[in-house]
Design a protein around this ligand. Structure first.
Ligand code: HEM
Length: 228
């Protein structure tokens, strides 16, 4: 095996690692957005779901075990995903050499990877903020969270337009990230043959749009008074 082939194989392995850990996130994101949509069904449905997450199989496992196992899986996938991203980025930078701007594939590739990299950083910052907001209840926006249930906390938060905006920006970054991820994963799997590219692009855009709409519907529903 030549050095070049070995390097290419390692890159493919890293990209597969990204795709698999990324896929787990997609699964989580769909599950989470589905849970949030329950806001439209009222406090009982939403609070019931929040309670179920903490004690999903009462006769099988003690409360919180499922949630902690899921949290550990999420944290593990996040570390793997970010590590693989940094590896790919360093490798691409090295391969490009000192002549970074001349010796490059296409402007489109540079643009996409730059967007995805900045998007990734925005999402990471958002996750920290989000956990301090809704999980540890460190940032309490719109009232005393300890005196409220999960449904009321959502309403208190997104009755403020600036909170809708503060969530919309990272969710838009996430939607673009998912779009790129879908495209990139299908390309790694070799599905992006020229005649299929158009469809793959459409599927990737649709996936990004679904993520954006599914997450943003409840905040907008609250802001515009459909949920109160
Ligand atoms: C508009 C968008 C979002 C809203 C309204 C929202 C809302 C919430 C709420 C209310 C909780 C607390 C649930 C509970 O205590 O039972 C929560 C937890 C969480 N959210 Fe979100 N979320 C949004 C987007 C996201 C995104 C995009 C991610 C990740 C990429 C994310 C990751 C998490 C995580 C990791 C938890 C903690 C789960 C746990 O371990 O307890 N959320 N979210």
């Amino acid at each position: 095996m030549t050095r070049l082939t070995r390097a290419r194989n390692t890159s493919v392995a890293t990209k597969i690692t990204m795709a698999v850990s990324g896929l787990f996130f997609v699964f989580f994101v769909v599950f989470h957005a589905y849970g949030n949509i329950k806001m439209f069904l009222g406090p009982e449905a939403f609070d019931g779901y929040a309670h179920w997450l903490r004690d999903p199989f009462p006769h099988l496992i003690p409360p919180m075990w499922f949630l902690w196992a899921f949290r550990a899986l999420l944290a593990g996938s996040l570390i793997i995903h970010v590590y693989a991203a940094v590896r790919l980025w360093l490798r691409a930078r090295k391969a490009r050499g000192p002549n970074a701007y001349v010796n490059h594939q296409t402007i489109a590739t540079t643009y996409a990877s730059r967007t995805v990299r900045w998007g990734g950083i925005i999402i990471l910052v958002f996750i920290v903020f989000h956990l301090l907001h809704f999980t540890t209840l460190t940032f309490q926006i719109g009232g005393d969270y300890h005196a409220m249930g999960p449904y009321e906390r959502m309403v208190a938060t997104f009755s403020n337009w600036y909170m809708v905006l503060a969530y919309m920006i990272p969710i838009a970054a996430l939607a673009l990230h998912v779009r790129h991820g879908f495209w990139s994963a299908l390309a790694t799997l070799g599905a992006n043959k020229v005649r299929r590219q158009h469809w793959i692009n459409l599927v990737a855009i649709a996936a990004g749009l679904v993520v954006f709409l599914a997450f943003m519907l409840p905040p907008f529903g609250i802001l515009f008074g459909f949920i109160s």
